[in-house]
Structures are given as C-alpha cells and as structure tokens.
Ligand binder design. Sequence first.
Ligand SMILES: *Cc1c(COP(=O)(O)O)cnc(C)c1O
Length: 563
Amino acid sequence: MPAYQSILSDLRRSFPQPTSDRIHDSYVTHTLMRVLDQVDALKSELPIWGRKAPLDYAQARSQRLQHRGISLEEVSTELVGYLNGLNIWGHPRTQINICPPPTVASLVAQVVAGLANPNMVWDEVSQRFAVAEVEVAAMVSQLVGYDPQISAGIFTFGGTGCTLYASRIGLEKALPGSLRQGVREDAAILASCSGHYCKLTVAGWLGLGHRNVYAIPTDGRNQMRLDLLEKKAREILSSGGKIACLVATLGTTDSFALDDLEGVLDLRDRLVAEFSLDYRPHVHADAVIGWAWCVFGGYPWEDNPLGFRPRTLRALAATVERLAGLDRADSIGIDFHKTGFTPYASSMLLVKDGQDLKKLGRNYEEMPYLFQTGEYHPGLFTLETSRSGSGILAALANLRLFGRTGLQSLLGHIVEKAQVLRELLEARPYLTIVNRDNFGPVTLFRAYPAGVDTFRVHERELSDATYALSLQAHNLHNRRLASFLHEEAMSGRGVLLGQSDCYRLTPYGEPVVALKSYIISPFVEDHHLGELVEKIAQAHRHLENTPVMASAQGRRIDLQHMP
Ligand SMILES: *Cc1c(COP(=O)(O)O)cnc(C)c1O
C-alpha cells in the first residue's frame, strides 16, 4: 500500500462522512462537546474569554507549515486557545460597541451552512439556500415596507458592501454605461459627517476618490443638516456635476443618530424636477443598525402588550417615526451582524426595485431576466463570485427564532437599560450625557473635573472657539477616566466601556472625546448599571486625588473661561 494511503484513511475520519455513519456522527458530536467544555472553562466573571496576553506577532511570523499534521483533537484544542483575551460580547459587563452576541440558532445555522457549503453564485450550487436568501429578503422587505414582489435582497460582506452596491447602482444611474466604459467623470456621494467612514472606502474603490465624498455637517443631535445637504447638492448640480448617491444614516455607529430620510427623499425629488435631471440620484438608507426597529411598526403603543416603561415606549415610538420613509428609499443596508445577533458577516443590501441590480450585470445584453424565469443567478451582478451561505442562514435562523415579538423584546430591553443608565448618569453632577435626546441603546457621556458647570460646559465646548484649550483638557480628562475604568474592568470590577475619540467635531474643528456605553447584551440588568456608575464615581474621585500636569493645567484654563 502506498504511504499516502494510510495518511488518507486517517484524514477521511476528519471529514463528515458522505454516507450515513452513526458512529462517526457521535465522534463529531463528541469533538464539538469537548470544544464547548474547553470554551466553558474560559468563562469567568471577567468580560473576556480566558486571559489576555500580549499579542506576539513576531512569533506569529515565525510559523511555518509543519511536515506532519496533528490530530483533530489537537487542532480543536488549539483553536479554542484563540479565544483568549477577546471580549465576550454577550457579557453584561461588556458595553463597548455594537458587536453582538450570536444566538445558538445562528451558530447552528453556520454549522449547517458550513457542512453543506452552498455557493450562492447561483441556485444550481446553492439550491434551497438560494430560496433562503429570497425568504430573508421577503421578510425584511415586508418589515421596511417594500413590495416583496418587486424588491430584491443580496447578502454581501458588510454594511460597507451595502453602501458600495448602492453607490455603484447610483453611479450607473448618474453616469450610464460607466460600468463598462469606466468612470471618466466626477460623481458625488453625499452623506452625514457623523455617518460611517465606509463612504470613503466606497468612493476610493469605485475610482471616484475621496474628494467626491461630501460629508455634510450635523446638528446638535448628530443628524445630517438638511439645509446644508441641499446647499451642497445645489452647488454640485448648478455647476453641471452629477450625484451618484445620497446616503441617509439611520442609526449612526457612535450615537444612534437618525437622519431625516423623508427630508432627503423629498429633496431629491425636488432637485430632479427643478434641474430637469435625466436620472434620479440614488437614495441609500444606511440602516445597518436601525433596520431592526422596524419590528415595532404597528406596535400598539397604548396597550403596550410587552410592558415596556413609558420612557422606553417613547424612545421606541420615536425611532419608528424616524424610520418612516424607508419604504421610499432606493436601497437599504441591513446588518444582521449588528442588531440581528448573528456572527459576522451577515449583511444584506435590499433594493426597492430588483431591476436596479441588473444595472450591475456583467453581460446585460445577454443576461436572462433572472427573477422572472424562476432562475436565480446573482453571480451575474454580485461583487463576490463565491458567496457564502452562512450569513444568509444565520439571518434566517434568527428571524425565525425571534419572530416579531422576540426582536421587539430584545431591542426593547437594550433601549430600556440604556434609559436606566441615563437616569443614573444624570444624577451625577460631574457627568453630562451628550446624546441625551437619543432613542437608541448607546449612551455617550463626558465627565468633567470638579468645579466645572456641567449644565453649560458642553454647549460652550461645541460653540465657543476660545474654549478650545479647555475642551482639549476635558478630552484628556475623559481619556484618563476611560483608562482607569478599563483597568478596573479587566480586573473584574466594573464594566468595559467604549470610547469615541471623536463623537463629533466642534464647528471650530476640534474632536470631542466621549465615553460610550453600548448596551447590546440581553443579559444586562439594572444592578450592572448601578455598579458601572459607582465605578465612574470612584474614577472621578481617583482623578481628583491624582492630578497630572496636563489636567491641572486644564483646570486652570477652566477657571479662566468659566462663564
Ligand atoms: C457598522 C456600520 C457600517 C459598516 O458596516 P460593516 O458591516 O462593519 O461593514 C456602515 N454604516 C454604519 C452606520 C455602521 O454602523
């Protein structure tokens, strides 16, 4: 027998068996159970898996493919080791960012999809997974108010991919034929300056360049200023320029700000008429975070069958109001891997009119009418060639697992806990919530040294250029506070918060630092929030007692500038 044969027969046991083999099944099950046991051993009171050690990239670079492989058991144990030091997103003491804990159903979906390994390039090699993609698109279409018979949804590599698709479609509307002929003209992408930086990625990769991105300033609630959007759009159109895409962000990454989508749509329609445009500038709703709140459409606020508190109800209802207009947007970006509780990557671009996707067809003339012949060939227009089915099945799993009331309860819970946190923060005179009127699960706040009038200071920071030095000193104060809280949390005391180095720019160009609590874990309870605020109080006292040069200087400047 050739030597390779014995290696091969060992390796065969490392694949799922192609025909029924119950004994092998129990071997696979056992392997997974051992993995779960090892994962369990990495859990503690800390909000991270196992322990954190310095990440040794030099050692990593020295790795080489070994002559002999190792056993499945050894591989499994090694893999679990890679969890060490990573945040446990579902831990109630993890409030860093919008990294969601995946449900068991979505994990099972990933295993199932991984096992069968469909390729979403076309239905011949994806079969019922293609149907799953259409099912998810139909469910979400109905949620956002699209007609599922006309709309189409395509999973891609993230919210960034969604904006890329939308902008490419918009580019083809503004510069027809540019997919084939190349982009030879400028075309603008207009979006909120508080929106995601992916607009830059997209403009760069589309060959438009960053200089075609217009970041529109935001108002005090971090919403894109419609008057300034209009001004910029008019400027572009008046000088004969083209607009590839108007992006409204529904739920900004940092502060859950909700742009006035209806206002953007109305503006677009007015501009088309007024400038007699021969195309309709594409309006994309970057609702990768906010989409999920659509489950509250039609919720009986008066009866409130799920029993949310009045403040929570108000926040939820206000969000739903801001989402009005989604049904008129040309496309919507949806991240299940944010507010849909799936693993990465699970994102869907939803277009109001499925025909829009044909604009991206590589062989438009010869291309069959995909959605009418009952065939499913997304590979003709998708950016990816091989496309995974994991994200699709994970999204489907959660939509089925949650149902409307499940997602309502999860979102209601995180919004309610954010409201509770805000009440607790407001009770501390040295803290100011900087997104107070916000309706989402994220709370941004700033701490100030004793003696600063926190009722007025933030307004002043945002308006008075002569206050820049104090602002910088306060930024430093918040950074120091954040690092104290971080150290404490990593020792098992308090909560891991996020930090935004620039939750917004002042009109005079200074970044404003904010501490950030992003509540996404379904396991957060009031006592975690009480502990967090106590810990902040301790940090406040600690900083008062250990002044550093810079913060001492900051205090002096404060006094000078006190109103
Ligand atoms: C996260 C985010 C993105 C980018 O999405 P990815 O899935 O990380 O690519 C885009 N827009 C907003 C508003 C986001 O929050």
